[in-house]
Design a protein around this ligand. Sequence first.
Ligand code: ZN
Length: 125
Amino acid sequence: MNLDLNRILDAGMEVAQSVKDAAVDLADKGKKQVELLNAQNKLARAQRQLGALVYSLIQSGEENRELVDKYVQAIAGIEAEIDRIKAQPEFTAAPAAEKEIRHCPQCGAEVEEDALFCHRCGAQL
Ligand SMILES: [Zn+2]
């Protein structure tokens, strides 16, 4: 009787433990997702600022290579951060439903979903 009870208790503990593990996995995964989203937002912001900077420089016929380079370096850093986050097992195991990949109708290069021009051939998209 006592033995049976112990076995039942043990089994119950195992179930409880695996439920807890799954919950921790989910929480971890959520944290990584948030980390990735934050990095992607940061990237989008830096890219937008760089775009605005280049636009205003060209508009006014000025150059500020130093500042442009700073943005380029910052963006490269954020991209590396995103690659690092995506390389973690949580992301490589099951690729999140990726946005549909868009291709340039002229040269077939993979282009950003909202790109106005192809980065390879310059075709209007
Ligand atoms: Zn193209």
